[in-house]
Ligand binder design. Structure first.
Ligand code: COA
Length: 544
């Protein structure tokens, strides 16, 4: 006789009327307003801090009858398709243009999920600086690991020449990646709308399919000035690299497009004939909304990340139907593990509810093995200040137990998706599948903070080291004299730990509004199922 199956619906205990909730909500909305304002700046184009100059670049682009990159993407993707834009604020806090002058993201073209990379020619002529290179390489990496066809919408002046030394060597990987995608059977399609010079010429050169726009695309290894310098030839642009020439003479172009909409239509036709089939399964049940309002996530996530919050309250607003089959709830209680669904896809969840001790590490390692046994993708919800330190815990084997978790995370072969919902400090970042552990996607909330440890602790450690050094030399340590240095260091670490600092350096795939977490994860889960979802039992030696 079967028993009655009762769904494990999480019961929320959040008090939406309390002060802490209101304070968190206010702080999160303020942080989101800053993110929105920065995103609006990127969308407007131009890429410089000077708004008037940006407006002039965009007006000139439009006067030439050209579309902006996001408009090209709109034309390319299906009417009903979402677009999961990645790393929109890459370059923040660097001297690169915000967004890096390229747009990357995932959208559906003729029903097929594709990775799309689009240059923004209003930003330094679409030339590629360090941020553009990192962002483009990351997009290709996502395409390769998730088996997503790649569509490039190209209009680029090649290397950002004043920054050539920073991009020349790493940038070369983009051509290698294109051909390796092709070798892996992942189609690459390039539509060229303008300049595609020097290194940029290899983007169409290395792609499976090439569409050039008539009287607009210019594809050459060296433009007329360079040809003049190199071989003293007076070449004209059309003969050197025009679309008609490449379609009729060199054979680089496979299709000649009349105008931008025509190029985008041809791109859609190409993707349609790929007849691309996913190798992963579809959702195994219809998606159901959580029982609690995701809006409440704004008040749940702590504005001050030193204040812990209940991870199950987040899961109750992200998982389908707020249903969660919790695994080992009574053991290793500061790590919440269990199974649920997001957007109808089955997922295993690891979520921090405090510091990681030995029990949590072993529980996490065991749970990751189970997800691998059953080919279930894993979502890591990070809010972690690190592994526990202290004599008792060292004697209890925290290093070798932490190593078990890191072994499991490193060798697990099911897709990992990581959501940074608060702190990400120390080796906790690694044990919970931080960026260096190759999660397929990493999304962060604006309250996220990331560093080796908290700024106060780091400054405190520095002070102790300085004191020991002074005292070892037989002198007296002047605490007051050292204080300004300690404060400056604390402020520096504070400013290098923010979500904006992290996203600026592509330590993640973008800052998301907590309310959009389920949507972002659903789109990411759909993308990862474009490839096979297969677990492993091949882990390193378990240190016992
Ligand atoms: N590196 C850095 N900045 C570049 C650049 C490059 N490769 N190409 C263009 N820019 C900048 C320009 O300096 C200009 O900046 P400004 O607005 O601050 O003055 C801005 O991008 C727009 O360039 P502009 O030439 O005015 O625009 P355009 O639309 O008429 O032409 C190009 C765009 C890309 C066709 C043209 O700038 C060009 O040929 N660039 C050089 C390409 C090249 O030889 N690259 C070699 C790479 S190895």
């Amino acid at each position: 006789m079967g028993g009655t199956v009762v769904a494990n619906v999480i019961r929320s205990r959040v008090d939406t009327g309390d002060q802490v909730f209101a304070g968190n909500r206010e702080a999160m909305l303020a942080a989101l307003a800053e993110v929105d304002q920065l995103q609006a700046q990127v969308v407007a184009g131009g890429g410089s801090p000077d708004a008037e100059k940006n407006a002039r670049s965009v007006a000139r682009h439009r006067k030439r009858g050209k579309l902006l990159p996001r408009e090209r993407i709109e034309y390319l993707i299906d009417d009903v398709s979402p677009f999961l834009e990645l790393s929109a604020l890459a370059g923040w806090g660097t001297d690169d243009p915000l967004g890096g002058g390229i747009v990357t993201g995932i959208g559906f073209v003729q029903g097929t999920e594709c990775m799309i990379i689009a240059n923004d020619a209003t930003v330094k002529g679409g030339s590629q600086g360090p941020t553009s290179v990192k962002k483009g390489l990351r997009a290709m990496d996502i395409a390769r690991r998730n088996r997503l066809p790649l569509v490039s919408l190209t209009e680029s002046g090649g290397a950002d020449l004043p920054k050539q030394s920073e991009i020349f060597v790493p940038g070369g990987a983009s051509f290698k990646n294109l051909t390796q995608l092709s070798a892996a059977g992942i189609p690459t399609v390039t539509l060229v709308f303008g300049s595609s010079t020097a290194g940029g010429a290899y983007v169409p050169g290395m792609s499976d399919y090439v569409v050039l726009q008539k009287e607009a695309a210019r594809v050459y290894l060296g433009g007329p000035p360079l040809v003049k310098m190199a071989i003293d030839e007076d070449a004209n642009e059309e003969d050197l690299g025009g679309a008609e020439m490449h379609a009729r003479v060199s054979g680089l172009a496979d299709y000649l497009a009349e105008d931008e909409p025509d190029a985008l239509r041809i791109g859609r036709d190409i993707v349609a004939h790929l007849r691309w089939r996913k190798q992963g399964s579809g959702p195994d049940r219809p998606p159901t909304a959580p029982a609690y309002d995701p809006d409440e996530l704004l008040g749940i996530a702590s504005a001050d990340i030193r204040v812990p919050f209940e991870a199950r309250e987040v899961l109750a607003r992200v998982l389908d139907g707020s249903e969660f089959e919790e695994f080992k709830p009574l053991y290793g209680t500061t790590l919440v593990t269990g199974w649920g669904h997001i957007g109808g896809y089955p997922v295993g969840v690891l979520a921090n509810n405090g510091i990681l001790f030995s029990e949590e590490s072993k529980k996490g390692a065991q749970f990751i093995q189970l997800c691998n046994r059953h080919d279930i993708p894993i979502i890591f919800f990070q809010n972690i200040t690190g592994f526990m330190v202290g004599t008792k815990y060292e004697q209890g084997g925290i290093i070798k137990d932490g190593a078990k978790l890191i072994n499991a995370v490193s060798n697990s072969s099911v897709p990992h998706l990581t959501v940074m919902m608060g702190a990400s400090y120390g080796a906790g970042n690694y044990g919970m599948s931080g960026r260096a552990y190759d999660p397929r996607f990493v999304f962060t909330w604006p309250n996220h903070r990331i560093a080796v440890m908290g700024p106060k602790q780091l400054a405190g450690v520095l002070t102790i080291v300085a004191r020991q050094k002074t005292e070892a030399a037989g002198a007296e340590f002047d605490e007051a004299a050292f204080a300004p240095m300690r404060d400056a260091f604390e402020n520096q670490v504070e400013s290098e730990s923010t979500a904006l600092f992290a996203t600026g350096r592509l330590w993640d795939d973008g800052i998301i509004d907590p309310r959009d977490t389920r949507t972002a994860l659903t789109l990411a889960l759909s993308a990862v199922h474009s490839g096979p979802v297969t677990g492993t039992s091949d882990f390193g030696v378990w240190r016992m």
